[in-house]
Design a protein around this ligand. Structure first.
Ligand code: MCN
Length: 797
């Protein structure tokens, strides 16, 4: 292998197309399709007494109106519960259109199909739904009181309850370890609800082909293969008759992993029923009130520790608000509970959670998925211990680190995928040393004093995390070299802006020894690759990256076998450089891969002279053999899958310097530094970009973004006027350094990176504000007015 692009800062191949307005997003497709709008519940909890569509029926341009009653049985059933778990004893999912009862504002009740969206929206206004309002359950505390129930058959609103406990080496429980520890602390931490806000909302466009009896569906999804399976099952179509394609997707951040969304069943069903092209594009308000939210947890910590700050026993109990339904199971609180420990090894550990129903939008993973809450919990604990003992915050962390010689480190717990929680590799002390140097931790006191002399208030904060990435069960890759020498790579998972076209092309170009310009990559198109899981949990690089590498190795071996015959050489003596197979040390004995591709197909259509010559030779040389040798397949192509034994664990450490205004309590992030280790880097520039984006998102979560519900379950800030996101002006330059501890678990030694940036930010900012103010910060996000209020309360005390 001579053309190594692995690890290079290759410019993103997809960007010229995307930044010149040539992307093809969902709403760019199906311009002549019929449009859909939904009547959605205005109540958080209500019984539907009657739906009257009479006034709507005469509107010109109206094509169809559907209520639950109009749906065939299979389509109208509750949607599947995707990730069942034994702890989820009371899983509940919604129907695509509500029947009898609505359980959150925004739940779809009636679907309107019209010639255009304006008409569809106007018709929605004419439909009369008679609701009998029921008491709404809003907020975790109200849910656990159990006074009113979201689902009448779920007592106390508790859908799931789970306890995991790991005793100390000598068999003592976390409670015993805490009791007998020299020091103990107990506190509560809150993280409010937020949500992913991709610039492009969800959307579905379906075309029914009556001649072929097949359906083509475009969806702005993170998982086209699962959407395909759901549509085929719900519509009773054979799988080969359904194609699902994720076109360019303008961000997902988790929300587009839910499959199927009600709309992903309803739009294809209506397309087949009406025999017309139909499209629905989510608007921003719909995104706020009828997609998914996350974060939202109340966490109680009890910790016992020694004089060095080493944690002897840790007990975390938390309540998770999963909204009105659990289509995606309880993966979020499970991730919190299994990844809360970060780079640390407490003597004994117990985690317990209850997941409760509320009359609010459903909760499914949002970038970071439960980890920001867990890291907030653990890192606030580290800071509280340091404050209690009067120690440097980095010292307390270092005292609790798993050491480099302790890998693989077995936490003796069950991970989110049901496998043992075992960290594969890492070097936490070195990452901390690098971070301290990058941010200037040891010099900060002088900086603080200088600023104080000018009347400015500065604080420094830190946060560490470990992230299980590259979760299974599998992903595949297909690689084909065609007779023009081009390399076509496809994998079933989807892309939402992560730069897969570039990173996967780098892998293929490196493995095959071809120029990257000859490689093209297709993702998320079931016509090209039908078996896949999807893009989430920072898994694409590990899963599809390795699968593509393995498929390339198969194709390379085949190319060398064919070339060896043509060159009358031993395959072991051949190598590939710049797309040409040649004898090592003798570049003149060579054959282009394009020609090898011609030779690989006994049909031997050659379109240039050199290939034609080689073809004549090969035909003559193989007179007494069958055209396709036993065990071979025609064509220079190969497919392979990668299925790991368990996840690989990336990690990082972040630090920030903030300034808080002594008068107005305005909070500014002055500097932000990241040390990150995701194993071998395919493309450091892409990973930096992922981390920068994640940090920006994290700053939003720490300082601005929250879902504000009133007591009736109305979301009060369901627009970008009121839901604040950080601009570039609120995000400092993110200073990033990498460590590369290869994963021993996969052939390429890589770990995931896509969520990393966002995970510890709330913890880091809380740590820095607390350092600036000397006031405990136990709830995030925090606004200037909340900080102002905390100051007041602190002085009054
Ligand atoms: N990468 C690399 N070297 C590594 C690891 C990763 O070069 N050792 C590159 C990968 O090739 C890929 C990118 O970094 O181009 C992210 O890879 P990975 O960590 O595998 O994450 P995924 O591709 O699986 O992306 C999912 C992740 C998640 S879970 C969310 S949420 C998220 C995120 O990615 N949503 C995003 N980043 C996003 N970025 C954009 N622009 N839009 C989203 O919706």
């Amino acid at each position: 292998m001579t053309t190594s692009l692995f690890g290079e800062r290759v410019q993103r191949l997809e960007d010229p197309r995307l930044i010149t307005g040539n992307g093809r997003y969902l709403d760019d497709l199906g311009r002549d399709a019929l449009a859909v709008a939904f009547v959605r519940s205005p109540h958080a909890h209500a019984r539907i007494r009657d739906i009257n569509v009479d006034r709507a029926l005469d509107v010109p341009g109206l094509v169809a109106v559907y209520t639950w009653e109009d749906l065939p049985a299979r389509v109208g059933e509750p949607l599947p519960l995707l990730i069942p778990h034994p702890a989820l004893t009371h899983g509940r999912t919604a129907r695509p259109l509500a029947k009898d009862v609505v359980r959150h504002v925004g739940e779809p009740v009636v679907m309107v199909v019209a010639e255009d969206r304006y008409t569809a929206e106007d018709v929605c206004d004419l439909i009369e739904v008679d609701y009998e309002p029921l008491p709404a359950v809003v907020g975790i505390e109200e849910a656990v009181r159990g006074e009113h129930l979201v689902h009448p058959d779920v007592p106390g609103n508790v859908g799931a309850h789970l306890v995991q406990e790991v005793p100390s080496a000598d068999g003592r429980s976390a409670a015993q370890m805490i009791e007998s520890a020299p020091h103990r602390l107990e506190f509560r931490l809150d993280i409010e609800r937020s949500a992913s806000m991709p610039l492009e909302g969800r959307g579905v466009y379906a075309r029914w082909d009556p001649d072929d009896g097949s359906l083509r569906v475009y969806s702005s999804t993170q998982t086209s293969t699962s959407v395909r399976m759901a549509i085929a099952a719900k519509l009773g179509l054979p799988l080969p008759k359904v194609e699902v394609i994720a076109p360019d997707v303008g961000g997902g951040f988790g929300v587009k992993i839910v499959h199927p969304w009600p709309e992903e069943i309803l739009i294809p069903w209506a397309a087949r029923t009406l025999g017309r092209e139909i499209k629905w594009t989510e608007d921003r308000r719909e995104h706020f009130i009828s997609s998914a939210h996350e974060r939202g947890q109340v966490q109680y910590v009890r910790v016992g520790f020694d004089d060095d700050g080493r944690i002897l026993g840790l007990d975390v109990t938390f309540l998770h608000d999963h909204g009105a339904y659990t289509p995606y199971g309880i993966i979020v609180p499970i991730i919190t509970s299994t990844q809360l420990l970060g780079p640390y090894k407490p003597g004994a550990y117990r985690v317990e959670f209850s997941s409760v129903y509320t009359n609010t939008v459903i909760v499914t993973p949002y970038r970071g998925a439960g980890r920001p809450q867990g890291v907030f919990c653990m890192e606030r604990t580290m800071d509280r211990i340091a404050a209690y003992l009067g120690k440097d915050r980095t010292e307390v962390r270092a005292a609790n680190f798993i050491q480099p010689d302790e890998f693989p480190y077995d936490h003796k717990m069950t991970f989110q995928d049901g496998r043992p929680l075992i960290y594969d590799s890492g070097n936490y002390p070195e990452a901390l040393r690098m971070l301290k140097e990058l941010i200037g931790w040891d010099e900060f006191e002088k900086e603080r004093e200088r600023a104080a002399a000018e009347g400015r208030r500065l604080g420094i904060g830190i946060g560490c995390y470990v992230e299980g990435t590259g979760v299974g069960p599998y992903e595949g890759g297909h690689v084909q070299i065609t007779s023009d020498g081009r390399v076509h790579v496809s994998t079933g998972l989807t892309s939402q802006g992560q730069g897969h076209q570039t990173a996967f092309a780098q892998i293929a170009a490196t493995e095959l020894g071809v120029p990257i310009e000859r490689v093209s990559v297709v993702t998320g198109d079931t016509r090209r690759f039908g078996y896949a899981v999807g893009t989430f949990a920072s898994r694409a690089a590990v899963m599809s990256g390795n699968a593509i590498a393995l498929a390339c190795r198969k194709v390379r071996d085949k190319a060398l076998r064919i070339a060896a015959e043509a060159l009358e050489a031993d395959p072991a003596d051949l190598t590939i450089t710049d797309g040409i197979v040649h004898v090592k040390g003798n570049p003149s004995a060579s054959i282009p891969l394009a020609t090898v591709a011609v030779l690989s197909n006994p049909l031997r259509y050659a379109f240039d002279e050199e290939a034609q010559r080689a073809t004549q030779f090969a035909t003559a040389a193989s007179d007494d053999k069958p055209p396709v040798a036993e065990g071979e397949e025609p064509g220079l192509e190969g497919r392979d899958y990668y299925s790991p034994v368990r996840s690989t664990f990336a990690y990082g450490m972040h630090a920030a310097i903030v300034e808080t205004d002594p008068e107005t309590a305005e909070i500014k992030v002055l500097r932000y530094a990241v040390v990150h280790d995701c194993g071998r880097l395919i493309n450091p520039m892409i990973v930096d970009g992922q981390i920068h984006g994640g940090v920006a998102q994290g700053i939003g979560g720490a300082l601005y973004e929250r879902m504000v519900y009133d007591e009736h379950g109305q979301l009060l800030n369901a627009s970008f006027m009121d839901f604040l996101m950080p601009y570039a002006t609120e995000v400092p330059r993110v200073e990033t350094a990498h460590l590369e501890t290869p994963s021993p678990l996969n052939p390429l030694g890589i770990k995931g990176a896509g969520e990393a940036g966002v995970i510890p930010v709330s913890a880091v900012i809380a740590s820095a504000i607390e350092d600036a103010e000397g006031i405990p910060i136990m709830r995030m996000p925090i606004s200037p007015s909340e900080l102002f209020h905390l100051r007041r309360t602190a002085t009054e005390r």
